[in-house]
Design a protein around this ligand. Structure first.
Ligand SMILES: Cc1cc2nc3c(=O)[nH]c(=O)nc-3n(C[C@H](O)[C@H](O)[C@H](O)COP(=O)(O)O)c2cc1C
Length: 313
């Protein structure tokens, strides 16, 4: 067996959640997977996160809802979704046939909303885990639980107690200390934290003297936020003992490896799905060689191996 054919173990463990590989697709950027089935082999993904669902249908924000900016995209969709009943009756049966772990993203206005939704969805066939979206910047009250460590902790604990599957907490970078909120999530019993959701941002048409997004402000995603996400992963990894799923600007194997070395056990690909829908498959194909290049034979061995006491020069 030559060095390049030594098998690499891509499987990863996030608390109680086992995934076949660390390559996931992020909520809100992959629809409900049907849209992608003719483009990529969804069965190969380490996990699929459908668009966040809420208890009741939501029509979302007024247009424009997306604006391209240098280095990425602004969005203010406003959690447009058909509500949990349609999700369970119409989307989940298809998602469950794919064979890739389905991690359902949920959001609520109150803690009870979150917990009831998490409980209900967690008992459905085909759901591998719940991601609590504690971090949407585009709805009123959308980040309350993601900006305060105590409320985050209480909500995660309540969701964990009532959910039949592992609980992930997706956090916002729009806080003074993401470490404090991640500690809250860990104290509440989250199986992992997902870092990060979008960065609060704005685009302006100066001639009209108006904001370009219907919601005035929105969330920045894409390549420009990768350094912010890496910083968050590094900070949380060094201060909190909880598995991390890295998110933010990942579009290549180099991006993905930076997150793994920084401390992410798995990662989600978001905006890249829009402009390069094959990115997830390319990254998955390139992963074994990248792991071998570091002299390792599993993803696990490489997670969080960053030596921050030295620089590259
Ligand atoms: C158009 C759009 C819609 C999104 N909708 C959601 C959503 O419903 N729930 C959620 O948790 N994150 C949502 N996100 C955030 C992404 O899941 C991801 O956290 C963020 O875009 C950063 O990753 P990226 O730079 O790879 O896109 C959305 C992002 C975009 C661009």
């Amino acid at each position: 067996m030559t060095a390049s054919t030594v098998p690499v173990d891509l499987s990863v463990q996030l608390g109680r959640l086992s995934l076949p590989n660390p390559v996931l697709v992020a909520s809100g950027t992959f629809g409900y997977a049907r849209e992608m089935e003719n483009i990529i082999d969804c069965t190969r993904l380490g996990g699929i996160l459908p668009k966040t669902i809420t208890a009741q249908p939501r029509i979302g924000n007024a247009p424009w809802r997306t604006v391209e900016v240098t280095g990425g995209l602004l969005n203010a969709i406003g959690l447009d979704n058909d509500g949990v009943d349609v999700f369970i009756d119409h989307h989940l049966p298809y998602l469950a046939t794919i064979g890739s772990p389905i991690i359902v993203s949920v959001a609520g206005r109150t803690a009870d909303d979150f917990v009831e939704l998490a409980e209900r969805v967690s008992h459905c066939v085909g759901v591998a885990a719940i991601e609590l979206n504690l971090s949407c910047p585009n709805v009123s009250g959308g980040v309350d639980f993601g900006t305060d460590a105590k409320s985050c902790s209480k909500l995660v604990a309540a969701a964990r107690a009532r959910s039949a599957v592992p609980i992930l907490a997706k956090l916002t970078p729009n806080v003074t200390s993401i470490v404090d909120v991640a500690k809250g999530a860990a104290d509440g019993g989250a199986d992992a934290v997902c870092l990060i959701n979008t960065v609060l941002a704005m685009a302006i048409d100066w001639r009209k003297r108006r904001p370009m997004l219907g919601n005035a402000m929105g969330g920045m995603s894409g390549p420009a936020i990768k350094p912010i996400a890496l910083r968050c992963v590094h900070q949380v990894r060094t201060a909190v003992n909880i598995p991390i799923i890295g998110i933010g600007g990942i579009a290549s194997i180099d991006d993905a490896m930076q997150f793994i070395v920084a401390g992410a056990t798995a990662f989600q690909i978001g905006t890249a799905n829009y402009y390069d829908p094959l990115a997830s498959m390319r990254i998955l194909d390139a992963l074994p060689d990248a792991i071998r290049e570091l002299g390792a034979h599993s993803v696990r061995e490489v997670v969080g191996t960053l030596d921050a006491t030295k620089t590259t020069h």
